[in-house]
Design a protein around this ligand. Structure first.
Ligand SMILES: C[S@@+](CC[C@H](N)C(=O)[O-])C[C@H]1O[C@@H](n2cnc3c(N)ncnc32)[C@H](O)[C@@H]1O
Length: 241
């Protein structure tokens, strides 16, 4: 099934990704927690602990989806968050969540493209992106946009899937990822392609040293990373120059 799907880049990928997330928005949260056995919740909490931002600081959460990462940021940091996503349907479900959560008052959403952010230079005191950078049509351009809209010295925290380092574990993980997860995803979301896209996009994501280099080239310094669950996911943090 995964062999039929071919990943594209640039505008074509952006169009494809937007359509896909609009289609699965209704089931996105359920599938996220189910397919990761709830571990994504712990990873998000841990990633946000790496963000240094003052209470009342303004944080950009790019590729915010239905807002879980943004809401957790507000819970931990008491800051304000602007969530930006290209798929309007994800924001529709995010808005419903925002209405019923007390942290929702400090969150606002905007429908937009991470590669052309509708904000002035030096606007934000911090920025985050969870499981989103891999989906950009042009990842380098999105990183440059982060650097542009962040104030000098402000942190960017990226949470993204990667591949486990321990080979036997990697083999089991890849089997689950390629052969089991797409079937469960298709069954629950009704979208066969979306959950075949996931393992493909993770497989082609840059290695940890390569991604660190990309951050550096885009205008970040003091870069650190933390591997989660032997490297299934990685948290990266850098400071805007
Ligand atoms: C896997 S979801 C992650 C959502 C959320 N951050 C989370 O942790 O649950 C990826 C999100 O990236 C968004 N996205 C993809 N390309 C984008 C772009 N160019 N600009 C803004 N958002 C984008 C998708 O619409 C989708 O909501």
């Amino acid at each position: 099934m995964t062999k039929k799907l071919k990943l594209t880049q640039g505008e074509e990928r952006k169009f494809y990704v937007k359509r896909m997330f609009n289609a699965i928005a209704r089931r996105y949260d359920l599938l996220n927690h189910l397919l990761s056995f709830g571990i994504d919740i712990l990873w998000r909490k841990k990633a946000i602990r790496k963000l240094n931002v003052a209470a009342d600081g303004l944080v950009l959460d790019l590729a915010c989806g239905t807002g879980d990462f943004a809401l957790e940021t507000i819970r931990q940091k008491k800051c304000r968050v602007v969530g930006v996503d290209i798929a309007a349907q994800m924001l529709v479900f995010g808005n419903r969540k925002k209405q019923i959560k007390k942290e929702g008052k400090r969150l606002c959403f905007a429908n937009g493209d991470g590669e052309r952010l509708p904000f002035a230079d030096n606007t934000f005191d911090g920025a985050t992106i969870a499981f989103g950078i891999r989906n950009m049509g042009d990842m380098d351009q999105a990183l440059r946009e982060f650097a542009r809209v962040l104030k000098s010295g402000a942190a960017l925290v990226v949470l993204e899937f990667s591949l486990p380092q321990f080979k036997p574990f990697r083999a089991v993980y890849l089997f689950y990822f390629k052969h089991i997860l797409p079937h469960i995803g298709a069954l629950i979301s009704g979208d066969r392609e979306a959950y075949s896209y996931l393992p493909l996009s993770v497989g082609e994501f840059p290695s940890v040293p390569d991604f660190r280099r990309k951050m550096e080239q885009a205008g970040f310094t003091n870069i650190n990373h933390w591997r989660l669950l032997n490297g299934v996911a990685v948290i990266y943090r850098g400071r805007s120059i």
